[in-house]
Design a protein around this ligand. Structure first.
Ligand SMILES: Nc1nc2c(ncn2[C@@H]2O[C@H](COP(=O)(O)OP(=O)(O)O)[C@@H](O)[C@H]2O)c(=O)[nH]1
Ligand SMILES: [Mg+2]
Length: 450
């Protein structure tokens, strides 16, 4: 789709409804012509703003700022015109309609960025970083995407490795194709070092990208038998009465979620139905969902009722969540303690809490903060912003491991093949590729107008 439309002039309203200024962005061969038609101006100067009236036929419909960029001095590398209009509502929409009537087509998601990448105005990773920058609230994601977008940090990290792989590949090709004419041999020590440094760069990127991904979608699940006080705790943490609190067990049958702020990061908090054996069909479904939620959450806060002895259901919950990061909480500390230290075998630090009085809440909050702070991304390291890149890098790491196995063998052809695959993988990661399907998929996930 993106490739087929490459010769068309695209346009969009780049500002959200409600803004006091609306920006219509036009990019492509027809951009300046459309601007001339609307303004009745016959000449523009590259990157010189001008104040102009817009006409629909002979009627003046707007008085606005026109910003022309001549190719290649624009975001997309094509001729671009931006119109700064009054508001981003009906007036701007009508003017966008007029632009379309004069030959432009509405832009697809990410189509401006796609063209920028295609015209080498930025690398794919830079485009992905810019898209993150315009959509995220997360301060770490902002810092990382700034570095990737404006310093091209990710690509620079990998780019330095490519010439050495290129040299090894050329040497191997010569050895395979002209065995009699090549006097020297490949320096296997050098390749071994190269494998090590490439693997280490990729592993650092992978770890940092995973940490970023975890941070931006960080999810905390409140889990426990019915009636232990999960919904009460949920309301306390999000600081409003969102979940229904009731003495009737099984009230929260599905789950509800809210975002709340932990150390300046927006995290998702989920109040679940709880996991228990039940005959009630509706409740059953809620319980199934809770099990799935366990899999997808980053932290499970296990809530117990301290006024009751530890039950088999409690133990089942502890078992079912054993592989997750967990915080143990015994709630209702204002009542007679019947749970005693029966949780101490499962956790070194069980937090004693009372939702009624707020006792223990500060301790719980700081434990949650500590958990979140574990494996925070390193803002000085590079990151990938797409699954596609993470997948390639994963594959590259295993190819590098495979190549190490052939280091001491005389199977030059297999060695050559592996080196070529690695070289291609690295080139893909720095954006040197033309796979149309990948382009479609990546840019299809962008926001409109970018
Ligand atoms: N005494 C006491 N009761 C509590 C406390 N926290 C919650 N409850 C009560 O326990 C019952 C169940 O609470 P709820 O939050 O709905 O539990 P959930 O089923 O786990 O979501 C309600 O009647 C709450 O008022 C607490 O710290 N102390
Ligand atoms: Mg509940």
């Amino acid at each position: 789709m993106y490739f087929e439309r490459i010769n068309s002039t695209i346009c969009t309203l780049a500002t959200a409804k409600g803004s006091t200024i609306g920006i219509v962005r036009i990019s492509g061969k027809g951009a300046l012509k459309i601007a001339s038609k609307l303004t009745k101006k016959h000449q523009f100067e590259d990157r010189k703003i001008c104040f102009a009236k817009l006409y629909d036929g002979e009627n003046v419909i707007e008085q606005c700022i026109v910003l022309p960029f001549f190719s290649p001095h624009s975001f997309t590398g094509e001729d671009v015109v931006e119109l700064q209009l009054h508001g981003a509502e009906g007036n701007a929409e009508q003017i966008l309609g007029l632009v379309i009537k004069n030959g432009a087509v509405p832009a697809l998601r990410g189509e401006f960025s796609f063209r920028a990448v295609l015209n080498s105005k930025m690398t794919l990773n830079q485009a992905l970083a810019v898209n993150t920058l315009v959509t995220t609230q997360n301060p770490v994601a902002i810092e990382l995407s700034r570095k990737a977008a404006f310093e091209n940090k990710t690509v620079k990290t990998l780019e330095t490795l490519i010439p050495s792989w290129d040299r090894s590949y050329t040497m191997l090709t010569a050895i395979v194709d002209f065995p009699d004419q090549i006097a020297g041999n490949l320096d296997f020590n050098e390749v071994s070092e190269l494998i090590k440094s490439t693997k280490s760069a990729l592993n650092r990127l992978k770890t940092n990208s995973e940490s970023l991904k975890r941070l931006v979608s960080y999810t905390i699940l409140l889990l426990g038998r019915p009636n232990v006080g999960k919904s009460s705790l949920f309301n306390t943490l999000v600081d409003r009465d969102r979940a229904i609190v009731s003495e009737i067990p099984g009230t929260t049958r599905d789950y509800i979620s809210e975002t709340y702020n932990v150390r300046g990061f927006q995290v998702r908090l989920i109040d679940s139905a709880g996991i228990r054996e039940t005959e009630n069909e509706l409740e059953c479904r809620g319980v199934d969902k809770s099990r799935k939620l366990v899999d997808t959450s980053d932290l499970v806060v296990l809530v117990f009722d301290s006024s009751q002895p530890l039950s088999d259901e409690d133990r089942a919950l502890i078992r079912e969540t054993s592989i997750k990061s967990r915080v143990f909480v015994k709630n209702k500390s204002d009542l007679e303690d019947k749970i005693g230290d029966s949780l101490s075998g499962f956790s070194d630090s069980v937090i004693s809490l009372c939702c009624r009085t707020g006792e223990g809440l500060a301790e719980l909050k700081s434990r949650i903060e500590e958990e979140l702070a574990e494996n925070l991304p390193d803002v000085n390291e590079a990151v990938f912003f797409s699954e596609w890149q993470s997948d390639i890098s994963e594959k590259l790491i295993s190819q590098l491991e495979e190549l190490s196995l052939y280091l001491d063998s005389d199977q030059v052809e297999i060695f050559q093949f592996c080196v070529r695959e690695i070289l291609n993988g690295l080139k893909n990661l720095v954006g040197d590729f033309t796979d149309q399907d990948v382009f479609e998929k990546i840019f299809g996930g962008f926001c409109l107008g970018k």
